[in-house]
Write a new protein. Structure first.
Ligand code: ADP
Ligand code: XUL
Length: 541
């Protein structure tokens, strides 16, 4: 059975009371789930873009420009078509849409959608007897949305930093220095390179607020948490920064609309969904947010916990009670509590790089990959590998780099050395930047893992060893999708119940791996060697 056929994974459970719909419009797939009033999963469906929508010819959900491989986009209409399909899959799974009282969603962060003039009218008058994708085919002034993998906006980043007095100042205002994938520089590039399209754009959405707009039947506001991934929002006042807006494009404030708290109710579900899928017309649409903020909602992180998401990107994040100013990493507004923030580190070369090493060293099989990984000792005889298929965010490097104890080599002795070097290198990288950010790693640290690779215990064992901390997992590996469903309930109940009350019913995470006793002796020096290697490599550039 393919992943896409795994419908109604809750075993066809029927909910008695109200239910909540959560979606995650991620890089490689659109996932949707329905949870009951206790937040237990009752149905789930997935649309994998590459295989379920082959007509868009994506690889890993994206198009890499042939002439400029820093330019990476996804067809906006593919996401619309994916929503048509995922809702049909939920229907086949027996979901009763009339029981759903609230909907929310999460989206890959930073990507942008350009609504053509007149698109909002189309959204408001959708015909229930037609698919969304048929009706919205001409609604986008830029048909290929720039996504978070893009790194083609260096020039616009420099201009943004200049507009407010340098990288540190930009980080102080927006929580991040200028990053190429952040939406401000992406919008500035569209304005410069596709002027007519920019002028024909009535509204600009993030991927999350775009998903929300489809359900709301009107262009939905951007929430403050995903909005903090744009280099445009003041993360303390929660308002757009005028100087930064002006640096990116004319009338940008009108095109973006005012940002809202992440748990905000945007409005009732559009009549399209009431008539086509029999949603209740009282069903509310709650603002959608970024996938990392949504994961924070789905993971219910307590004190001492660090979340590590092993998806298309590898990310690490935690709850922050105060914003701090950092150059490597991001501070975002918190999606649950308006008086808190979250720390985020993102590494572009996550699962797709592990897949590349699996394909070259383990015949494309995770089982073989795991056997080879487990057959090598912790520390890998001193071999360290850095594998950056795409321009990495931190460290700013691209390419493969292999080091034995004695120096740089072009190849390791065996596939198992290469596999362990790749996995250890990825987790040492997360540890180094987490420590630099100020994440405290001590005997109380616990890691909560999520994302596609978190079902792989051999990989999680390396994570536990490198961090010298136990790794836990939740029953469902997709915390962003679940977090969106939880946010639907949180948004609906926000005036009367706290997030902690609402999520009190979710099961505690369970222990997946504990670190071996010898790991501090092995990895403390390796972390230092990695720092030295990165120092040398980045200095050379
Ligand atoms: P996204 O970031 O698009 O939401 P996911 O979190 O769903 O992605 O992760 C997708 C990735 O999960 C795939 O690219 C795949 O490499 C990885 N994955 C799936 N199963 C395994 C496994 N058993 N071992 C390691 N990685 C896996
Ligand atoms: C976070 C980031 C990625 C995307 C896609 O800053 O760029 O994690 O959200 O998952």
């Amino acid at each position: 059975m393919s992943e896409c056929d795994c419908l109604n994974k809750g075993g066809g459970k029927k909910a008695e009371g109200p239910t909540y719909l959560g979606l995650d419009l991620s890089t490689q797939q659109l996932k949707a789930c329905v949870v009951d009033d206790n937040l237990s999963l009752i149905a789930e469906a997935i649309v994998q873009y590459d295989t379920d929508l082959p007509e868009f010819r994506t690889t890993g959900g994206a198009h890499i420009d042939k002439k400029n491989n820093a330019q990476i986009t996804s067809p906006t209409l593919m996401w619309v078509k994916a929503l048509d399909i995922v809702l049909d899959k939920l229907t086949v799974a027996g979901v009763d849409f009339s029981q759903i009282v609230a909907i929310s969603g999460s989206g890959q962060q930073h990507g942008s959608v350009y609504w053509q003039k007149g698109a909002e009218n189309t959204l408001k008058s959708l015909k229930p007897d037609k698919f969304l994708h048929e009706q919205l085919a001409k609604s986008f002034s830029v048909t290929d949305s720039p996504i978070w993998m893009d790194s083609s906006t260096k020039k616009q980043c420099d201009e943004l930093e200049k507009a407010v007095g340098g990288p540190l100042k930009l980080a102080e205002i927006t929580g991040s220095r200028a990053y190429t994938r952040f939406t401000g520089s992406q919008i500035a590039k569209v304005r410069e390179t596709k002027q007519e399209a920019y002028n024909n754009t009535e509204r600009i959405s993030l991927v999350s607020s775009f998903l929300c707009s489809l359900f709301a039947g009107a262009v939905a506001p951007i929430d403050i948490s995903d909005g903090s991934g744009m280099n445009l929002l003041d993360i303390k006042s929660k308002k757009w920064n005028e100087a930064l807006l002006n640096a990116c494009g004319p009338q940008l404030k009108e095109k973006l609309g005012d940002p809202v708290p992440s748990y905000n109710i945007v409005g009732p579900v559009s009549s399209y969904f009431v008539e086509r899928y029999h949603f209740n017309n009282e069903c509310k649409v709650v603002a959608c947010t970024g996938d990392n903020p949504a994961s924070l909602i789905g993971m219910r992180l307590g004190e001492g916990w660090i979340a590590v998401s092993l998806g298309t990107s590898d990310t690490a994040f935690l709850w922050l009670s105060q914003p701090q100013i950092v150059l490597d990493g991001h501070v975002l507004c918190n999606p649950i509590d308006e008086n808190a923030w979250m720390a985020l580190l993102c590494f572009k070369n996550g699962s797709l790089t592990r897949e590349r090493i699996r394909d070259t060293c383990a015949d494309g099989s995770w089982d073989t990959f795991n056997k080879l990984l487990e057959s090598t000792p912790r520390g890998n005889f001193g071999n360290i590998g850095l594998y950056y298929d795409k321009q990495e965010i931190i460290p700013f490097l691209i390419g493969d780099y292999r080091f034995t104890k004695t120096g740089c080599v072009s190849k390791f002795n065996s596939p198992e050395n290469e596999i362990r070097a790749a996995v250890e290198g990825q987790f040492i990288r997360i540890r180094v930047y987490a420590e630099d950010f100020g994440f405290v790693l001590n005997e109380n640290t616990k890691i909560l893992a999520t994302g596609g690779a978190s079902k792989n215990t051999a990989i999680l064992q390396v994570l536990a060893d490198v961090f010298n901390a136990p790794v836990y997992v939740q029953d469902a590996a997709n915390s962003a999708m679940l977090g969106a469903a939880f946010q639907a309930k949180h948004g609906l109940m926000h005036d009367t119940k706290t997030y902690l009350d609402i999520t009190a019913t979710i099961p505690e995470p369970h222990l997946a791996c504990e670190p071996y006793a010898d790991v501090a002796d092995i990895y403390t020096p390796m972390v230092q060697r990695y720092r030295d290697i990165v120092g040398q490599l980045t200095e050379k550039k």
